[in-house]
Write a protein that binds this ligand. Structure first.
Ligand code: HEC
Length: 128
């Protein structure tokens, strides 16, 4: 590799680190997010019999199902937890009708788990 190429890749690496917020530990889908969904959401959002799956089309058993979203479309916009309905409903943000807060009719997820979900979406909702 000549020195110009080297410099270019060093720059790209550097920018990548900046964009990814180097101080923040990446949230892992497999290790952090899947267990939260399994414990708090899978009971209703599992195909084909879960009530939430039947009503909305959203299943949370795998990354692919989760990213596919409901019959109406995605519930996660990678990089934008503020605009992702999964985060909005789970957090019961102002403007979310309490009747559709998630988990349906149950206690909200603990704040630490909501924060992980937010972070994971903001970090790009990767299958990591
Ligand atoms: C006790 C059952 C139940 C649990 C647990 C549950 N849901 Fe749901 N969910 C539903 C039902 C039922 C619907 C269908 C919409 C409705 O009728 O309110 C739904 C719909 C949704 C929708 C789609 C709303 C829309 O825009 O149409 C999202 C997103 C969602 N749930 C996320 C979650 C998440 C995230 C969790 C875990 C934190 C969760 N749900 C846990 C029952 C449940």
């Amino acid at each position: 590799m000549n020195s110009r190429k080297l410099l270019a890749s060093a720059l790209i690496l550097g920018l990548g680190t900046l964009a990814g917020c180097s101080t923040e530990k990446p949230v892992s889908f497999q290790k952090d997010i899947a267990p939260i969904l399994k414990a708090g959401c899978a009971e209703c959002h599992t195909a084909p019999d879960g009530e939430g799956y039947q009503k909305s089309g959203l299943a949370v058993g795998t990354y692919e199902e989760l990213m596919k979203g409901t019959k109406m479309g995605p519930v996660i916009i990678p990089g934008q937890s503020l605009n992702s309905s999964l985060n909005r409903l789970a957090e019961g943000r102002p403007g979310v009708d309490p009747s559709i807060q998630m988990p349906h009719g149950k206690v909200k997820l603990p704040e630490a788990q909501l924060a992980l979900l937010r972070k994971w979406v903001d970090q790009g909702a990767k299958n990591n």
